[in-house]
Ligand binder design. Structure first.
Ligand SMILES: NC(=O)c1ccc[n+]([C@@H]2O[C@H](COP(=O)([O-])OP(=O)(O)OC[C@H]3O[C@@H](n4cnc5c(N)ncnc54)[C@H](OP(=O)(O)O)[C@@H]3O)[C@@H](O)[C@H]2O)c1
Length: 242
């Protein structure tokens, strides 16, 4: 089976590519810097020669445009797997609206598809709390997260890519739910830092959506690797303070 993985060099994509190759798939990576080199945002995507496309490429902006450009080049593809985010239709943030637009474009493309919504990855959570902890006093909004390990998401994506198109499948979150202040505290402890934490209130509709837990899944699937296990590995790899 020939599989094209867009974003196959990214945090999630690297795991997915490894797993698919280990299962005997012929994998081609598409990214702006290696493999099949192509900027999906710029358009001009070459005709995709693959049985399955796993679409993981994403950035801060323009994923809807990039996804439509990719879909237009996918004539003959028999299964497209797309990674989205839990809360794409319930948290009114611009980038989540973009993820929802991607889902909708995939769903009406005529290409048989599978869509998985995942929670925020541990890696992104670490990037976020590390940036917050650079301040001498850490302002922390009162919200809850269910961070998930990218390797757990990759295992599910690989399984889906090797299976039949399934439409939108159950969401995938991490094994536990945390207050953001707990995630910050855990990070500070692991990094050997001391900072006062000050609770702040997120304003507006976005704040309400988070306070109401619209970024969470209650009945979705769960990954296995915990935030504590992730932090311990990051500590061992000396990447906590970067
Ligand atoms: N991070 C999270 O917490 C999280 C949670 C749920 C869902 N997701 C979704 O999962 C996907 C992967 O996330 P990630 O954290 O693994 O991202 P990442 O580490 O930033 O990797 C992004 C990948 O996409 C490629 N890429 C970016 N823009 C591109 C473009 N215009 N054209 C072609 N390739 C492009 C990058 O390679 P080049 O830079 O070489 O182009 C890289 O391989 C995204 O769709 C994201 O929305 C992420």
């Amino acid at each position: 089976m020939k599989i094209l993985v867009t974003g196959g060099t990214g945090t999630l994509g690297r795991h997915v590519v490894g797993l698919l190759r280990a299962r005997g798939a012929e994998v081609v990576v598409l990214s702006r810097h290696s493999g099949l080199v192509c900027d999906l945002l710029a358009g001009d995507v070459p005709a995709i020669d693959a049985d399955v496309v796993v679409h993981l490429a994403g950035g801060q902006k323009g994923d809807d445009v990039a996804t439509r450009n990719l879909l237009a080049a996918c004539t003959g593809v028999r299964h497209l797997v797309y990674i989205s985010v839990i809360g794409a239709d319930t948290v009114p943030l611009a980038w989540l609206r973009t993820k929802l637009a991607c889902e909708q474009a995939v769903a009406v493309s005529g290409i048989p598809f599978t869509i998985l919504r995942a929670a925020q990855f541990h890696d992104l959570t670490l990037t976020m709390v590390r940036a917050m902890a650079k301040l001498p006093v850490v302002p922390v909004p009162g919200l809850r997260l269910q961070p998930v390990d990218a390797a757990d998401v990759a295992a599910r994506i690989a399984e889906l890519a090797l299976g039949a198109p399934a439409g939108r499948v159950a969401d995938l979150a991490g094994p536990a739910e945390y207050e953001l202040k707990q995630l910050v505290r855990d990070y500070l402890t692991s990094a050997g830092k001391r900072r006062p934490i000050v609770p702040v209130r997120l304003p507006g509709k976005v704040g309400k959506a988070y306070r109401d837990g619209h970024n969470l899944t209650l009945d979705g699937d769960r990954g296995t690797r915990t935030w504590a296990q992730f932090l311990a590995a990051a500590q061992a790899g000396d990447v906590l303070a970067r």
